[in-house]
Design a protein around this ligand. Structure first.
Ligand SMILES: [Zn+2]
Length: 286
């Protein structure tokens, strides 16, 4: 598959939980604009492959706090901090264009997140979360792909809760019937399904031995935010706010960095496998 021209979206530095990352991102933006002004048109147009665009989607935001941890941590803040860290690592690698669905604490409806990914012609969509389960003793990371039917009861409830985030958007966005959920699952193209499944297993592979995983960590259900027909999409639960050990870990910048590093490795493996290493600037993989 030939990569097409991608837009690079400059990132405005946000405050939030990781001020040092915001500074680094600002520097990165400056260095990108320096590179852009040095471009020699007729040579570099063919010499340099366009970078694949990844959309990182920190869950919730604004009036939707997401899950609230046992110690009062808001999922929306954890999601934004982790996505910001991952965006920094990916940009630093020089191999990707990275777009964040939000880099500030604001509400975006689920459909709006999918639309954003299409507008930016993203080739991979990663939604980042740390939701709550009804079982406070369950902990560990897990990865979700779209399917008309849920892999298990726990995941069905999780998708139901995630999809209800749009109740914050007003009456037009209220819930989805099982029929609609079934349709959401069937809309996705086969190739997109394969890409999503590969990315999910790549994340699980990278997390093994580094980040504690849920039992049977690769799961599926009718998550609205994953419904892109042509963009491979996964939702990563980095842990659960309902478990105090997961919450404690995700509050630590160092732990979020470990998660981001493992995610970066999973993304490298994904693009290396799907598009061939020679198409990635920088060359070194894994
Ligand atoms: Zn969530």
């Amino acid at each position: 598959m030939v990569l097409t021209r991608r837009h690079f979206l400059g990132l405005s530095a946000s405050g939030g939980l990781l001020p040092y990352t915001a500074t680094a991102l600002t520097n990165r933006k400056h260095s990108s604009s320096v590179i852009a002004t040095q471009r020699a048109p007729s040579i570099t147009r063919h010499a340099k492959p366009d970078l694949p665009t990844i959309m990182l989607d920190p869950g919730h935001g604004g009036k939707d706090p997401g899950a609230i941890g046992v110690s009062g941590t808001y999922e929306k803040h954890i999601a934004e901090a982790a996505a910001t860290e991952l965006a920094f690592l990916l940009r630093k690698s020089g191999r990707y264009s990275v777009v964040l669905s939000r880099d500030e604490d604001k509400f975006i409806p689920l459909e709006g997140r999918v639309e954003l990914a299409h507008r930016h012609k993203a080739q991979l969509f990663i939604s980042m979360h740390a939701d709550a389960l009804q079982q406070p003793d369950v902990r560990g990371a897990s990865v979700y792909t779209l399917s008309g039917s849920a892999s298990d009861h726990q995941t069905a409830l999780l998708a139901q809760k995630e999809n209800s985030a749009d109740r914050f958007a007003g009456p037009a966005f209220h819930g989805f019937s099982p029929d609609v959920q079934e349709i959401l699952g069937s809309l996705v193209h086969e190739e997109t399904r394969h890409g999503s499944a590969y990315m999910a297993s790549s994340v699980v592979h990278s997390f093994q031995d580094k980040i504690r995983l849920l039992r049977h960590p690769s799961r599926h259900a009718a998550f609205v935010v994953l419904k892109s027909a042509d963009i491979p999409s996964v939702l990563v639960e980095m842990g659960f706010m309902s478990n105090h050990l997961d919450e404690l870990a995700l509050r630590q910048a160092q732990h979020r960095q470990h998660v981001a590093l493992a995610m970066q490795q999973a993304i490298d493996r994904y693009f290396s496998s799907r598009f061939g290493g020679e198409r990635l600037a920088g060359g070194r993989l894994l």
